[in-house]
Design a protein around this ligand. Structure first.
Ligand code: ATP
Length: 320
């Protein structure tokens, strides 16, 4: 067993390294807004044409999803390890259906591990569903070009990842041809222009690893400026849970309101003000939609949402 175990544990270290590398790679892709795990179909359609015709609605239609499991790593040399580890992996999402009408905001709530982030990743086509379909403007995301999908969907995650480069360069990842005036306008709307102009090198200040240390709230506002420059029709937003100081929090909120106005949005909501403002709330538990309605409807129903309301949302007075 010792002879077997040595190589096995060496291999599992390799796997950890590969996973770490993949995670960093995903972060780079997230900044670039690319999709890592799916391929573009030959002859794929331009999603922007469908959005122009029918408006940017988002639909999950009976979506079941299972993450590609470790046992599916197809290296022949790992086969024996794979067999040892092939305990059944359960689906992360089961038969999830809901629609975000064009221009509406839907809030996604649920306990930790319910599948909220997974849903948001399917809408930006980081992954394809195992069964069912994700559609924007009625087009199955598997049938559209990667470039048109990227132009249509903007993602703001909790952690804004910045390259070790200037603020201007970080912003131009969203729109390469943006003028300095356009950068300024986006930074003003994102409520971070004053900070940028106060820096010795202004827009040319190097941020990211080993660069100027921006706070969490500042990084988020830069990510919002990036989103405003890109001006996507659909926004997928993971609201921050990290504690921001109240000034930063108010600035981020104002910036987000700007970013979401007039767009179709799917928000992983952690704030009471968001769920109240949402056109509909989808409550996920264990990968299933267990409730769906407005804030007053779901409070009156007295189910999981009412329970979460009592414990999870804490940015405003408690009156419904
Ligand atoms: P939280 O509120 O804690 O962020 P969540 O509702 O966003 O949770 P997800 O992150 O979507 O939940 O996770 C749903 C389930 O999928 C969890 O059981 C999680 O462990 C699993 N999961 C998430 N990402 C992966 C992955 N890359 N590979 C395998 N399983 C994953």
């Amino acid at each position: 067993l010792g002879r077997l175990y040595g190589p096995l544990s060496a291999m599992s270290n390799v796997q950890v390294d590969v996973m770490t590398a993949l995670v960093s790679f995903e972060r780079v892709l997230e900044v670039l807004d690319l999709e890592p795990t799916v391929a573009e179909k030959p002859g794929a359609a331009d999603l922007r044409a469908a959005v122009a015709d029918r408006g940017p609605s988002v639909e999950l239609d009976r979506v079941t999803f299972r993450y590609p499991g470790a046992q599916e790593v197809s290296l022949a040399s790992l086969e024996s390890v794979a067999t040892l580890r092939a305990d059944p992996v359960s689906d992360t999402l089961h038969d999830v259906s809901f629609v975000v009408p064009a221009g509406a905001m839907v809030a996604l709530v649920g306990p930790s591990g319910a599948g909220k982030t997974t849903v948001s990743q399917l809408v930006s086509r980081m992954y394809d569903p195992t069964q069912g379909a994700v559609r924007i403007a009625g087009e199955d995301l598997r049938e559209v070009t990667a470039a048109s999908l990227r132009a249509t969907v903007g993602v703001v995650s909790q952690e804004a990842h910045l390259f070790h480069d200037t603020i201007a360069a970080n912003l131009r990842f969203a729109r390469a041809d943006a003028t300095d005036d356009q950068l300024e306008q986006a930074l003003r709307q994102a409520r971070i222009w004053d900070l940028v102009t106060a820096l010795p090198d202004g827009l040319d200040t190097v941020v990211g690893d080993r660069g100027y240390r921006l706070s969490g709230g500042e990084r988020q506002r830069l990510a919002i400026a990036r989103l405003l420059l890109k001006a996507p029709d659909v926004v997928v937003l993971d609201e921050a849970t990290a504690h921001l100081d109240s000034e930063s929090e108010a600035a981020v909120q104002t910036a987000l309101d700007q970013a979401l106005a007039g767009r179709t949005s799917l928000v992983i909501a952690h704030r009471l003000s968001t769920v109240r403002a949402a056109d509909a709330i989808v409550v996920l538990e264990d990968g299933r939609v267990v409730e769906h309605g407005t804030h007053p409807e779901l409070l009156a129903a007295g189910g999981l949402y009412a329970e979460l309301y009592a414990t999870q949302f804490a940015d405003a007075p408690r009156a419904p």
